[in-house]
Design a protein around this ligand. Structure first.
Ligand code: GTP
Ligand code: MG
Length: 311
């Protein structure tokens, strides 16, 4: 392990500044930009450039072969969504190293799936979990610990233990939301075994704050920054990212989906898996996989019950 102090041009003071700003490990430094580092750690941009370059050397960041990629993919973990049919649709559960997005109209079950995952991420491997902790970025104030307790009961888990492993971040606006996501690095570096990061919902603040065509470019740029930080977390620490998203009506659609996810191409390209949730008859829900790098499109039916998500 290379320590910050081992890097050339990093003295005790700079090391302290870097740690305080959440750049405590080489991977985090190596994937930062000089501007970002200079602003956040309050160091000169020249120093920042040197530090980043040294971190890159120590991390041996280089081209990798397809074989290396396959090896890295072997580390991919999966978290069960509670229903076998739903798991099968998405290849066995939501993946680490990826961003999984669910979108759908109000009441379609997006937040319920988020609550389910916050619990199942803690299950042992043979039960479909990753024995990990979770960060829940709640932008709409819809996180309910009582709901977590009900789902924990279903898996016969201890309430307090489960609740202690869910780190809640209430985000009050989009800047706060971006900041909270970046702070997760510090939480991981302080030793929390984070395996899942939930953002419920991703777009609510962005949508409310950036109104009108003229602000769209700025919104998309900020959103891009946010998604980039989330993807970095996923890659650097083998974490699963789960985001929920709203829809807008498409009254002009004669064919295909009458609703579509918001967030535009920036989000469309950032999400590895996109799942559309719909309300069905008699309390049933339909999940449709609409975008995935290697799985066929398809649908499944599941149900939301007191126990959580079930077949
Ligand atoms: P928005 O955030 O409003 O866009 O919706 P959402 O997609 O996040 O919906 P959410 O996941 O909050 O789903 C709410 C629905 O889940 C409710 O309308 C109920 O049908 C169902 N639900 C929530 N809790 C329970 C429960 O304890 N038991 C049962 N049977 N259903 C529940
Ligand atoms: Mg919700």
């Amino acid at each position: 392990m290379v320590e910050l102090e081992d890097l050339p041009s990093v003295g005790e003071k700079t090391a302290e500044k870097l740690r305080d700003a959440g750049f405590a490990d080489m991977m985090r430094l190596a994937t930062a930009t000089a501007k970002e580092l200079a602003v956040k750690a309050e160091i000169g941009e020249g120093v920042a450039e040197k530090v980043i370059e040294a971190a890159r050397k120590s991390e041996k960041i280089d081209f990798e072969t397809a074989f290396d990629v396959l090896e890295r993919r072997r580390d991919v973990g999966r978290i069960t969504v509670g229903s076998d049919a739903f798991n099968e649709l998405i290849g066995g559960g939501i993946e680490t190293q990826s961003i999984t997005e669910v979108f759908g109209e109000f009441g379609s079950g997006k937040s319920q799936v988020a609550h389910e995952l916050a619990v199942t991420a803690q299950l042992p491997l043979d039960k479909g979990g990753l024995e990990g902790e979770c960060v829940f970025i709640d932008t709409e104030n819809t996180f309910r610990p009582e709901r977590i307790e009900q789902i924990a009961d279903h898996f016969e888990l201890d309430h307090e233990e489960v609740l202690q492993k869910i780190h809640i971040a209430r985000a009050f606006n989009s800047s706060h939301q971006i900041l909270m996501a970046e702070k997760i690095n510090e939480l991981v570096q302080s030793g929390a075994n984070i395996k899942l990061v939930i953002v419920d919902s991703l777009m609510a603040h962005f949508r409310a704050e950036y109104v009108g065509r003229e602000s769209l470019a700025v919104r998309q740029q900020k959103l891009n920054q946010h998604l980039h930080a989330l993807q970095q977390l996923a890659n650097n620490y083998n974490i699963a990212i789960f985001i929920t998203n709203q829809v807008q009506a498409r009254p002009d659609a004669f064919f295909g989906s009458p609703t579509k996810a918001i967030g535009g191409h920036v989000l469309g390209h950032a999400s590895t898996y996109r799942i559309w949730l719909k309300k069905g008859l008699a309390g049933k829900r339909i999940a449709r996989l609409v975008d995935s790098p290697h799985l066929p499109e398809g649908e499944c039916v599941f149900k939301i019950t007191t126990d959580g998500i079930v077949d």
